[in-house]
Design a protein around this ligand. Structure first.
Ligand SMILES: [Zn+2]
Length: 318
């Protein structure tokens, strides 16, 4: 990429029209930083940006460090960046006209209805996929709009990078045989980075879906009904191998940890008799008996048989 093109976009970034009416609320730079981070993490891998929970979560992460006196609203910059000339909306079929005349889209559901995705100028997207050019643009945004928060933003970036590295390391472990007792790389303490990396890996493997009931609920600030459960508890095994993990909704995580449900060799649900339950039939644990669970795409990532056997032996209530 020529230096001229990079310089062209550096100048554009310096001249973003930002809202100053209500004090510093740098919506646009923060959204661009979030987009840059997702490109860097590989979560945005083609020139199609959607108003996804992952983007909202990343935007909010920056927002909470920088702005304390206003409520965040990602729909504002997501819409108004179009006036900068490099942020292009692509309408869903039938909404082309509505989108071209809209002066503002105020809700996430409205965006979903009207906008299929946003693309950047191709040149800009290519710049952002290049580590050097991406860093130049990121530093320009920080220097111009967030000079007082340089260190905070740097810390967030370092943390994000550490989580990513640890997540990749966890996923590489599946090339080795699973060991229930002696994790290949024992993890000494439950650190926030370790916890976040394990959670991210499991959520991506199961697409934020409960393996048992297939419920998937994600809020626009990145919260999910599902949790990354350890099959052999971390406190016992110290084992963060992703094959010692499974994505479960809060109800089924609770039931799994208490041994009211477990999993058989063929990944079917085992339900304990050690309880009584009442309520709508579709919510009863006993309705899950012998149902096949939802599994990751690759069988390398399936829950380890040794871990499941341990759970049946040690946790399942008979
Ligand atoms: Zn569930």
């Amino acid at each position: 990429m020529s230096t001229n093109i990079l310089q062209h976009y550096v100048q554009k970034m310096k001249r973003l029209r930002v809202d100053k009416a209500h004090g510093a609320a740098p919506h646009k730079p923060l959204l661009l930083l979030a987009v840059i981070e997702l490109i860097e993490q590989g979560q945005i891998h083609e020139n199609k940006i959607t108003l996804s929970p992952e983007l909202a979560e990343t935007f909010l992460k920056y927002w909470s460090k920088v702005v304390t006196n206003r409520r965040p609203d990602i729909t504002l910059p997501f819409f108004h960046l179009k006036s900068e000339g490099f942020w292009h909306f692509h309408a869903n079929a039938g909404y082309e006209k509505a989108l071209s005349v809209a002066s503002r889209i105020r809700s996430v559901s409205q965006f979903r209805k009207v906008v299929m995705y946003v693309s950047l100028d191709t040149d800009l997207f290519v710049l952002l996929t290049n580590p050097h050019d991406r860093e130049v643009i990121r530093q320009t945004l920080i220097r111009f709009y967030l000079p007082d928060f340089k260190q905070d933003v740097e810390n967030l970036l370092t943390e994000g990078e550490q989580i990513k590295e640890h997540r990749q390391e966890l996923l590489r472990q599946v090339e080795n045989a699973f060991s229930a007792e002696n994790p290949i790389e024992p993890v000494q303490a439950e650190t926030p980075i370790r916890k976040a990396a394990f959670r991210q890996a499991i959520m991506v493997m199961y697409n934020y879906t409960c393996a048992v009931c297939r419920l998937r609920v994600l809020t626009m600030d990145g919260e999910s009904v599902t949790e990354a459960a350890h099959i052999i508890p971390f406190s016992i095994s110290g084992n963060d191998d992703v094959r010692n993990g499974i994505s479960l909704c809060q109800l089924h995580h609770w039931a799994f940890d208490r041994g009211l449900i477990s999993l058989g060799k063929t990944y079917k649900v085992i339900v304990s008799e050690f309880m009584s339950e009442q309520g709508p039939r579709e919510w009863l644990l006993s309705e899950l008996r012998d149902k096949s669970i939802f599994l990751p795409e690759h069988d390398q990532l399936y829950p380890a048989q040794d871990a499941l056997a341990w759970h049946r032996e040690e946790v399942l209530r008979r």
